[in-house]
Design a protein around this ligand. Structure first.
Ligand code: S3P
Length: 196
């Protein structure tokens, strides 16, 4: 199997899309793009500000425009915002020449990973867990429907998730084989231990 032009990560807030995406891009020799971060850079403002001033609708418009632009890039790993699947018009953009990976995560993990975060406007209320549950009920079928690969991330280190993903996406790339050999040597020397 040859490498896809793009790997697109979808999944809820707190699924680890950014952390895993960055590591995966390194592993594949791809660039990493994070849709939320690029929106913030372009706008010169953070996501809470955009939600405040333009509303969620304004943010979603920016998000669609950004996905349109980013999905023209090749050799990239693209981390999308948790709500990117909510607009039907985004679906063909996300799928275009890409392997779509759903990072599936329990509500408990989502709560844990987003607890201290102030940059997610949808969770700044009295019941963030309730919101995450509601969003999951609506979005899980969409993530699943779009995904080529569903990867569970609970109780796994980001490195382990990435290793499993590389195996699924392209087990036979020369870069991957080299990396595998290197990891094997390092394990023997005891410099680095990789989880299994
Ligand atoms: C959102 C998820 C966020 C960000 C925005 C809205 C959502 O991205 O796009 O706050 O609707 O789930 P992350 O999934 O990267 O946190």
């Amino acid at each position: 199997m040859s490498l896809p032009k793009r790997v697109v990560l979808v999944g809820p807030m707190g699924a680890g899309k950014s952390t895993i995406g960055r590591l995966l891009a390194k592993e594949l020799g791809y660039r990493f793009l994070d849709s939320d971060r690029v929106i913030e850079e372009r706008c010169g403002a953070n996501i809470p500000w955009i939600f405040d001033v333009e509303g969620e609708g304004g943010f979603r418009q920016r998000e669609t425009a950004m996905l349109d632009e980013m999905t023209a890039e090749t050799d990239v790993v693209l981390a999308t915002g948790g709500g990117a699947v909510m607009r039907q018009e985004n679906h063909p953009l996300l799928r275009k020449n890409a392997v779509v990976v759903y990072l599936k995560t329990s509500i408990e993990q989502q709560v844990e990973r987003t607890r201290k975060d102030r940059n997610r406007p949808l969770l700044q209320n009295d019941d963030p867990e309730g919101v995450l549950r509601q969003l999951f009920a609506i979005r899980d079928p969409l993530y699943t429907q779009l995904a080529d690969i569903v990867m569970y991330t609970d109780r796994k280190s980001p490195r382990l998730v990435v290793r499993q993903l590389v195996n699924r996406i392209s087990p036979k790339t020369p870069r991957h084989r080299r990396q595998r050999r290197k990891e094997g040597r390092q394990n023997v020397q005891g410099i680095e231990r990789t989880q299994s």
